[in-house]
Structure formats: C-alpha cells, structure tokens
Write a protein that binds this ligand. Sequence first.
Ligand code: GLY
Ligand code: MN
Length: 465
Amino acid sequence: MKNANWSEIYRERRNKIREAVGGGVLLWLGHDLQPRNYRDNTYPFRQSSHFLYYAGISAPYLAVLSYPDPDYDVLFAPPAHIDDIVWMGAAPTRVELAQQAGIDTVEEIGRLGAYLTRARSQGLHVHYLPPYQASSLFRLAELLVIDPTDVIPGASERLAEEVVKQRSVKSDLEVAEIEEALQVTNRMHRAAMTAARPGTHEYRIAGCIQGIAFSENRQQSYNPIVTVRGEALHNHSYDNRLEDGQLLLNDSGAESPGHYASDITRTFPVSGRFSQAQTEVYETVLRAQSSAIQQIKPGVPYREVHLHTSRVVAEGLRAMGLMRGDPAGAVDAGAHALFFPHGLGHMLGLDVHDMEDLGDIVGYPKGEKRSPQFGLNFLRLARPLEAGFVLTVEPGIYFIPALIDRWRSEGLHLDFINYDRLEPFRSFGGIRIEDDVLVTAGGARVLGPGIPRTVAEVEEAMGNR
Ligand code: GLY
Ligand code: MN
C-alpha cells in the first residue's frame, strides 16, 4: 500500500459515515475463517471489503462498533491464546490492530453482544449491513438475539445507502491501489499470451497466471476464466486442450496489497495469429470498447453507454452479414443480445463487482428497476456516472450454439438475425475485451500500464514465444 496515513484515513471514513447515518451505532462485522472440512483446514481468508474500507485490518473474527460521537469506535478482537501462538505463531496484539485502524479502544470479541445489548437499552439503533456469508448471518442473529430469518430484513438500508455513496467515489490513493494491482495483472496477461500454444491445456495457463499472483504475494480478485470456450460467460473449468485455430479467453486480475481488485479480459488466438473471421469479430469488439470509453464522462447514465455500445456491436455484425436491418432497431428489440447477452460493465473497487452484496442500489438510481429484457437484465451498472467512479468496460461477442438453436426454433428476431450465416460460427467461441476505467472530471482514463489490446499488439506480445 502506498505510503499514507491509513489509520487516519480509516478514522475519517468512519467519522464521515457516522455523521451521514445520523444516529445509532454502526456495527462493522469482519469475516470468519471458513472451514473446508474441520476448523483448522480453512479456505483462504478474505476479509469483508466493508471492514477493509472502514478499518483496514485483514484478520478473522474482528468487529468494530462506531458510536455516534466523532472518533468513538471500539475494536473487538479475539484474545491471544497460547495454542494459537504454538500452532500459528504470534499475531499482532489487539492494541496493535486497533492502532492500524485508528481506533483507541479495544475489547474482547466475546463482549460484543453485551455492548450491543447496552447500546440498544440506551435507545441506540444498531445499523448493520446485510450479511452474505452464512457464518456472519448466524453470528448476527446470536449477537442481536433475533431469529436468523430476521437478520437480512433487519439490515440497515440507510447504512447501505451511505456506504454506497462513500465507496463509489474513489480517492487518488484508491485509484493508485487499482493501478498497482494492474501492474501484476499486466504480467499475468502477458504470461498467458506467451504460454498459449496448441497442445497445452487451459489449466497450465491458469496455473501460470496464479503463480504470478502468488509470486507477488497477491490473491487473485476472483476465480479466473481461462478458456477456449469463451462463449460460456463465466466458465470456471480448465480442462480443455488448446487447439490450433481456437481463441483463448483470459478474464483474470490480481489484488493490490490493500486488497483492491483489478479485472481484465483479453482474448487471443492459440496459434498466435488471428484468422480473418477472428480479426473481423475482434475488431468489432474493440471498436465497441473504444467507442464506449469515449462516451464515458460525469452525468452520462451507464445504461446509455451500454446501449450505444450494443449498437456498435450490431452494426459490426451487420457488416459481417450476421445481422440485418437497422442496428438501433435491433438493439431496441434486444436482438443483439444473442451475441452480447451481458451488461457493459460494473463498478470496481475493493470488490471485483464492487459492493454487489448490497444489491442494485450500487448500479441503479433509487426507484429505477432493471429491465426484464434478456441481456439488459444483466446490466449491473446503469446509473449516471460521477467523477471518481472506477468501472469495467467489457463488451463481447459470443456464439452460443444452445442459445442460437433456442432462438431459431422460437423464430425470434428473424428481421434482425441471419441464422443461416451463423452455421460456420458454431465453434467460434467468444471474444471479450475488458479494461478498468476511471471516470474523470472531463471524461475517462483507462487504468493500468497498457495491456496488449489491438490485434497488432496481441500478435506482437505472442510473437515472443
Ligand atoms: N471478471 C468477471 C466479471 O466481471 O463478471
Ligand atoms: Mn468484469
């Protein structure tokens, strides 16, 4: 993490949100370790991003209570047990952890329930965010002495709204973290391009990517998608052999030292050279992405950028003879979603899909609902953009045989889709190009060191094999 007074930053963030919520106590519950089969054989630990944002400590079994008065926070942490020291070594003390977080008061985690009971008996409402891990849900039920089924309905909408307001706009230090993550991600993507060749397997490329993240002491921001079956949007198996003539889609990113995410997709030919058909589709996706980035500026709803990009995709597909008719009409009808069935992008921050645990209040203005239209229903970010937002721009074109067959058998969008021309594309796969973009006062800035993106850049990067 960049040199800065982080403990002061956490203190300021807590002061800002307690003031914005305007009363009650705020309960920040950290994550627990999740057992794989017994207590001490656990999945890798990842702290709650909300906890990281407001307290910055990446360790399990912690909680913070923020009282209404400025600077009045209490860190709750487990006592140091001699068995833990014997098995895992000495950990920072509770006081040291509290100093990291800019908190002056520490307590044993076992006392949290009593603190909450006292706060409520003093008439203070307990604001907490809706949990998404079962262990947090049951812990909240126990702490608040309520039924587990009442935990999510009892979560604080007010707190969630203020968290979204605060976390959506990234400071320069946060943007620097994402750019730092992208340095490692750049290496991951270049290495994948260099390692790909006919006869190797997806798991070797996935392993190479993971090795680079580990060698920099980083986690990945999400399970990477490394596949020659790129038309399966979130394909997480790595079994396929890479064959000459196929495309490999690599959607992967490293975390920064402060646990900020990066999220990049590149698609490249296993052989190192794009075929003519691959080049045509690739250039269309690239044009769509560049055109989307040009549209980005404060005030523009991301739904409009998504629809604009969809029209560029439809135009490109019409030029290839795969679609027909008016591209704007095709997009209004949702016909382009046969090829581009997902949203243009999402917010990025401490989470890869930033704050999506809080639902559509992140990506949609209050009162605005998602469209039920296929494709548009997967648009996670639709709201007007603001300077300081970091988001992904990730258009794609996919040939999904099962979807093509389904639409064709239902006679869908015959005015816009040339089904007969799709036959040669049944094994094409999919192309997605994804970058992480900062909304600036005057427009947009693509973050990161410049990961090969054009046909020429990708082929050049692959030339060094
Ligand atoms: N990187 C996966 C996604 O954006 O959904
Ligand atoms: Mn993404």
